[in-house]
Design a protein around this ligand. Structure first.
Ligand SMILES: Cc1cc2nc3c(=O)[nH]c(=O)nc-3n(C[C@H](O)[C@H](O)[C@H](O)COP(=O)(O)OP(=O)(O)OC[C@H]3O[C@@H](n4cnc5c(N)ncnc54)[C@H](O)[C@@H]3O)c2cc1C
Length: 392
């Protein structure tokens, strides 16, 4: 008998939150598929420990069904509920507050520690029959008519053949068969923790300015700041004394939020729309950030990636083992993700462009939109629904 993982049905490249969710969903489907997941990181060690993730209510429902939510929520300070989002624009009229209460929900979304989520997924996976190859990197993936072949380096060096290879490495780097489109927004996101004079009460703020959006996400006892700036402004901001930085930030937010008390380490990363031109190729599917990496403005990126994993697990579950990775399965996956994916990309990119437009007319249109959103129940509920569950 061949050992599990030697010639798997499904090989998952990358066991980050998206790849690990797919592996777990497959393990919990009761199908007895032979699944292997490969990642250069060590078990229990988060690859991107520097960040938190913005999860929608829909994402929580997925993790609840996989039995992971309670583990994450049980970690002290790992989950902060967002009970309302305050959306406004600088130098224009109009503002909107979206509240979970209106929908009878405990929260609109959650700020969740990447490290805690990753480690809860690792723990859950360790108790399944998924073969985990940590400490190994996939350097190349190719598709042939009847299998995908993967080249590995590190602890499990060599090659693997699988019926289907799923790329969830956050970048799509090892696949030659799928081209990528990248549009640099010419901006960076400056991120930092902010200490507060008064408790945040679970309220998130999103403020649109001509330089780009600024967001404050409640996280534990502080706010996580995401401030879009030009690369040169961000360099200046990082070098400012704390008090000067906090004054500049307070001016940006005006009276909409309590005064900030202190600021932690400031870091920045470039903002771009980076998408795979197709999400499938022969014997290959691309999901998560490897399929689309979006501007953080509306918190859509991770949630979209998670739905990629969830829907792919359902498509695999409906496909006979011998047809995994075949054309019909790849086409079914493409159909199941097309609308949600395109809507997420267009919505996020559209917001960046609309709110980055400096003309007075655009500012008036935005103000009217925000004012209407605040006055009109159905419009607000529709927008809130998009934040909760995505745009499909
Ligand atoms: C700098 C930065 C900051 C961000 N901040 C936020 C934020 O504050 N809030 C938010 O909601 N989202 C944020 N995001 C987006 C968020 O990180 C992604 O949406 C999310 O991590 C996507 O999950 P993923 O599993 O697809 O990819 P990743 O989280 O990138 O996971 C990919 C996994 O693949 C593994 N891997 C990489 N290369 C290989 C290889 N060759 N072979 C095998 N495995 C490999 C990695 O070790 C990793 O475990 C940020 C993104 C960036 C770039």
């Amino acid at each position: 008998m061949r050992a599990r993982g030697a010639r798997p049905d499904v090989a998952i490249v990358g066991a980050g939150p998206v790849g690990a969710t797919l592996a777990l969903a497959l393990a919990r489907s009761g199908s007895d598929l032979d699944v292997v997941a490969i990642d250069p990181r060590a078990a229990g060690e988060a690859g991107r420990a520097d960040r938190s993730l913005a999860l929608s209510h829909g994402a929580r429902l997925i993790f609840e069904r996989l039995g992971v939510w309670a583990r994450v929520a049980g970690v002290d300070g790992a989950v902060t509920p967002i009970v309302a989002i305050d959306v406004s624009q600088a130098g224009g009229f109009g503002a909107a507050r979206l509240a979970a209460r209106e929908l009878g929900l405990p929260a609109l979304g959650y700020v969740v520690s990447y490290r805690a989520l990753s480690s809860a997924l690792d723990d859950a996976l360790a108790a399944t029959n998924v073969v985990l190859r940590f400490g190994s990197e996939v350097t190349r993936v190719d598709g042939t008519a009847d299998h995908a072949s993967l080249e590995l380096s590190g602890q499990s060096s060599g090659s693997i053949e699988a019926r289907l290879a799923v790329i969830a490495d956050g970048a799509g780097a090892a696949v030659n068969a799928i081209a990528r489109r990248r549009r640099d927004y010419g901006q960076v996101a400056l991120i930092a923790p902010l200490a507060l004079a008064a408790p945040h009460g679970g309220i998130a703020y999103e403020r649109f300015t001509t330089e780009g959006p600024v967001a404050l996400l409640p996280e534990g006892d502080h706010y996580a700041l995401v401030w879009t700036q030009s690369p040169s402004d961000a360099e200046r901001s990082k070098a400012m004394p704390d008090a000067q930085f906090l004054d500049a930030l307070a001016r940006h937010f005006g009276a909409r939020v309590e005064r900030f008390r202190g600021v932690g380490v400031r870091r920045s990363f470039p903002l771009a729309l980076d998408v795979a031109s197709a999400t499938t190729a022969r014997r290959i599917v691309v999901i998560g950030n490897a399929a689309q990496s979006l501007h953080p403005v509306a918190g859509q990126g991770f949630n979209l990636g998670l739905r990629d994993a969830w829907e792919l697990a359902r498509t695999i579950g409906r496909t006979p083992r011998s047809e995994l990775g075949g054309e019909a399965m790849l086409a079914a996956h493409h159909r199941s993700r097309r609308v949600d994916r395109n809507a997420g990309i267009l919505f996020t990119d559209g917001l960046v462009r609309l709110f980055g437009n400096r003309t007075a007319l655009a500012s008036a249109a935005r103000g009217t939109g925000l004012a209407l959103l605040d006055l009109v129940g159905p419009a607000r509920r529709m927008f809130t629904r998009a934040m909760l569950y995505g745009l499909h």
